[in-house]
Ligand binder design. Structure first.
Ligand SMILES: C[S@@+](CC[C@H](N)C(=O)[O-])C[C@H]1O[C@@H](n2cnc3c(N)ncnc32)[C@H](O)[C@@H]1O
Length: 442
């Protein structure tokens, strides 16, 4: 039963069949026709038109009876077991939500406005039974008058048990999502991604679905027997694919945010790899670890530069290894005669502000293929020289750091440059796979 209906009945205006369409138009204009239900015949041959309930509606109906068109004779009654309209059954969740809220507002004796309509969320993210609303929803003062019934109605319209709303992402290294729980006991959710289970508290940690291509790539790397150091482990987005799919023998996961550490701990256990990972809780720049790693993951954007000296220290001194260096590289467009125009879908805000499964609005762009429409190769071909220059400069810097650290010559070679996603207009999140080896004495 929809909220506000009494005992499965709805209020309706009954009129003779020949007046039904005129009355329908009148009720539509007055915005009091309840479009969730069909017009239906009632005993006596009249047609009943479902109407919304609430003080404002009662007032309108009274006006209709007192001063409405004389030639529209009608009477109020209740329809038992009303039949849902076709429109109601094909409405999107956003439309359903909007009409439920409209009914609540009218029921309070308030009027529905364009401002309220704009304030109703049109997209959200679903994390199992928890729906995460965007920060720009429900900002009008009026909503507070609806009390907790508001969140119960929103959750039920969206088929959720728990509700949360996103706030601002705080600047700085610590990435608190500032999400507020509106309905429910806690914000812990679970995702399955490429066969790996991840749990985290949406009110405390971020989830980055935009990194899916990189997580898949990492999962397919041949790492059997290797020791990995993940300098920016978060909840384990990369640590877990390395351990579960890429068969890394052991991982050292560094993370300074205790909420992420808690989620990482749970995720290692959920996937049965807790015995192959040591969590280093704290600032990785203070890491007391050296000469252990075959591979180092530096998954921090816009830049992981502060972690480069640490990465060099943890790499195995005798054999070296591979660094996966994430970075945002800006490629300003060349004059239009030399370069194709930047496609519209590159013009999007940073992916960091979103997480989870996007619904009902524009879907989150998840891979370079999706971003570009023309495919990853096109994207790569277009901006590769800038990436290449950045990669070469980085390779030289890392070689310098390694030589300074060990007092002997090292070689660094660019194995691969991966485009992860478009981060902002003309800015791409890329990953450089850099092989670093000590040069053997001749
Ligand atoms: C972008 S998230 C990385 C998560 C994962 N690699 C990804 O791309 O989805 C960066 C993580 O690094 C952590 N972090 C940033 N600077 C750090 C530092 N100096 N020491 C330890 N952890 C750090 C943050 O708390 C955050 O959880």
């Amino acid at each position: 039963m929809a909220a506000g209906d009494r005992g499965g009945t709805v209020l309706a205006l009954a009129t003779e069949p020949r007046f039904a369409q005129r009355l329908r138009r009148y009720l539509e204009e007055e915005q009091i026709l309840d479009v969730r239900y069909r017009l239906q015949k009632v005993p006596g041959g009249s047609v009943a038109l479902p109407v919304l309930e609430g003080k404002l509606v009662e007032q309108r109906l009274q006006e209709l009876q007192e001063s409405g068109p004389r030639e529209l004779p009608c009477r109020l009654l209740r329809i038992q077991s009303p039949i849902p309209s076709k429109a109601a059954s094909v409405r999107t969740p956003a439309q359903k939500l909007c009409s439920e809220l409209q009914r609540m507002v009218l029921g309070l004796g308030e009027s529905w406005s364009e401002e309220l309509e704009r304030d109703v969320p049109h997209s959200w993210q679903r994390h199992g039974d928890l729906v995460l609303l965007s920060e720009d929803s429900f900002s009008a003062a009026l909503w507070t008058k609806l009390g907790s019934a508001l969140w119960e109605t929103v959750a039920s319209a969206l088929g959720a048990q728990r509700l949360a709303r996103r706030g601002r992402v705080l600047p700085g290294g610590m990435r608190f999502p500032s999400v507020t729980l509106l309905l429910g006991q806690d914000g812990w959710v679970e995702h399955v991604d490429n066969g790996i289970r991840y749990t985290f508290d949406v009110t405390k940690c971020m989830f980055s679905p935009g990194n899916i291509t990189e997580k898949l790539r990492v999962a397919s790397l041949p790492c059997a027997g290797e020791v990995l150091v993940d300098l920016y482990a978060g909840i384990g987005y990369f640590t877990l694919p390395y351990l579960v799919h890429a068969a890394a023998a052991f991982a050292h996961a560094c993370e300074w945010n205790h909420h992420a550490v808690e989620a990482l701990r749970r995720n290692l256990a959920l996937n049965g790899v807790q015995d192959r990972c040591h969590i280093h809780h704290g600032d990785n720049r203070q890491l007391q670890l050296q000469d252990v790693a075959d591979r180092v993951n530096l998954g921090l954007i816009p830049s992981s530069e502060e972690g480069w000296p640490v990465a060099c220290r943890v790499l195995k001194k005798g054999t070296g290894g591979v660094l996966h260096i994430h970075h945002n590289v800006e490629a300003l467009p060349a004059p239009s005669c030399l370069q194709p125009a930047v496609p519209m879908n590159e013009q999007r805000p940073p992916e960091d502000s979103s997480s989870g499964e996007q619904e009902d609005g524009q879907r989150e762009l998840q891979s370079p293929e999706e971003m570009e429409g023309g495919g990853k190769e096109m994207l790569a071909a277009r901006v590769r020289p800038v990436w290449q220059r950045w990669a070469e400069a980085t390779a030289a810097r890392i070689r310098g750091l390694l030589e300074e650290l060990h007092g002997q010559p090292w070689q660094t070679s660019i194995l691969h440059i991966e485009a992860v996603k478009s981060y902002a207009p003309h800015v791409h999140h890329i990953v450089l796979d850099l092989e670093c080896r000590p040069t053997l004495p001749a």
